[in-house]
Ligand binder design. Structure first.
Ligand SMILES: Cc1cc2nc3c(=O)[nH]c(=O)nc-3n(C[C@H](O)[C@H](O)[C@H](O)COP(=O)(O)OP(=O)(O)OC[C@H]3O[C@@H](n4cnc5c(N)ncnc54)[C@H](O)[C@@H]3O)c2cc1C
Length: 340
């Protein structure tokens, strides 16, 4: 006996739960299927959760500005105030080479309403006194772009639980600890229209669920789900290994100077980005070489970052933050879903 839903969303991460909520609010019957025990435990759980507006395509900037408004009015957007995640807005400081400033989408950001400020090195040094922007250890001369309303979400898993709670209130059904293992598709019109239609899916608990629409929100597993659906997309995605360093304690005084809160820092000149929060300090990598590690399957066990990787990132942090004394340092890996 089959069950039925208007829409089945595969994956209870940030994307799947957002889609489910929006579809339910438009009157559709939605079921979310998540193979883990609870929502928000996939790649979202490991996200650095930086909320920025600086992207290079106009439509991405527009979307990010819309998203920023939702984070700023999170409780209002969700329609509940249960255990809401905190969105901190200390600003995001982009540190770039002065000659790279002309490649930044400054006009587009301004046209679309982003609040930004272009800073030269003396102003940056005055505004952010714990940072080092000059001298041999700081490397190349730099300039800055400050996204004033940028920031980070303190606990991305909790953000997903917030969304799931709102979605449940809007009528979404969640099936947890249940994985999708087969997607039925109908290829009878393929030759004529070039289209396949998905009809139903089967789970590892023996359920068959029919749906008008099946949404692939599987994050790093999305390539595997596309294959299950026999889906001839003109793009291929693959799980991409990311690593970051977490310092659980720090002797650094984040409020040094006392004027500006410590910003999130995106620093392509040093090859890292970093941000503090109340429990951990995170350093991620933006070096192209660190971005080229693809896995055959998102189910492969994730290797821990090597001591050399961690030492390299901490050394890069100290170029910009000479006072940084990280303790309880550990490295963590997570997966992106990347178009290849
Ligand atoms: C280290 C790291 C840092 C990041 N930093 C940022 C950042 O600073 N800012 C930012 O905006 N973004 C950042 N991202 C990206 C952002 O976190 C992701 O784009 C987002 O969380 C992806 O959400 P998702 O719902 O698509 O995927 P996920 O959270 O991975 O959810 C997918 C879900 O699908 C489930 N699933 C998969 N296959 C099946 C199946 N067959 N059956 C049932 N369930 C299935 C999985 O269990 C999982 O729960 C970062 C990502 C990483 C890894």
């Amino acid at each position: 006996m089959s069950e039925r839903a208007d829409i089945v969303v595969i994956g209870g991460g940030l994307i799947g739960c957002s889609i489910a909520l929006e579809c339910a609010r438009r009157g559709r019957g939605v079921t979310v299927i998540e193979k883990l025990e609870s929502v928000g435990q996939g790649s979202t759980a490991r996200s650095t959760a930086i909320i920025r507006q600086l992207y290079h395509e106009r439509h991405s900037i527009k979307l990010a500005i819309e998203g920023l408004k939702l984070w700023e009015e999170w409780g209002q957007y969700l329609g509940h105030d249960q255990d809401l995640v905190r969105f901190h807005q200390p600003g995001i400081l982009w540190v770039v080479k002065p000659e790279a400033m002309s490649t930044m989408p400054i006009d587009t950001l301004k046209q679309l309403g982003a609040e930004i400020e272009v800073l030269d090195e003396p102003v940056m040094t005055r505004r952010f006194p714990s940072f080092r922007f000059t001298g041999p250890l700081a490397g190349a001369p730099v300039a800055g772009l400050l996204e004033k309303r940028g920031g980070y979400v303190e606990d991305p898993s909790r953000a997903v639980r917030n969304l799931a709670h709102a979605a449940e209130r809007a009528g979404v059904k969640f099936r947890l600890s249940e994985g999708v293992r087969v997607i039925e598709h109908d290829d009878s019109d393929l030759a004529r229209t070039g289209r396949r239609r998905v009809r139903a899916l089967h789970t590892d608990r023996g359920a068959r669920i029919e749906a008008d629409i099946i949404v692939n929100a599987g994050g790093p597993h999305s390539a595997a789900l596309n294959l299950m659906a026999g889906c001839p997309l003109p793009l291929t995605t693959a799980p991409n290994l990311q690593a970051f360093v977490e310092g659980r304690e720090t002797a650094l005084d984040w409020n040094v100077g006392g004027k500006s809160p410590f910003p999130v820092c995106a620093d392509p000149v040093s090859g890292i980005y970093f941000r503090p929060d109340s429990r951990a300090f995170r350093i991620g990598t933006v070096l192209p070489a660190d971005d080229r590690r693809f896995l055959a399957s998102a189910d492969e066990p994730l290797p821990a970052p090597t001591p050399e990787f961690m030492a390299d990132k901490i050394e890069r942090l100290r170029r910009r933050q000479p006072g940084a004394r990280l303790m309880g340092v550990e490295g963590t890996s997570a997966l992106y879903d990347v178009t290849v």
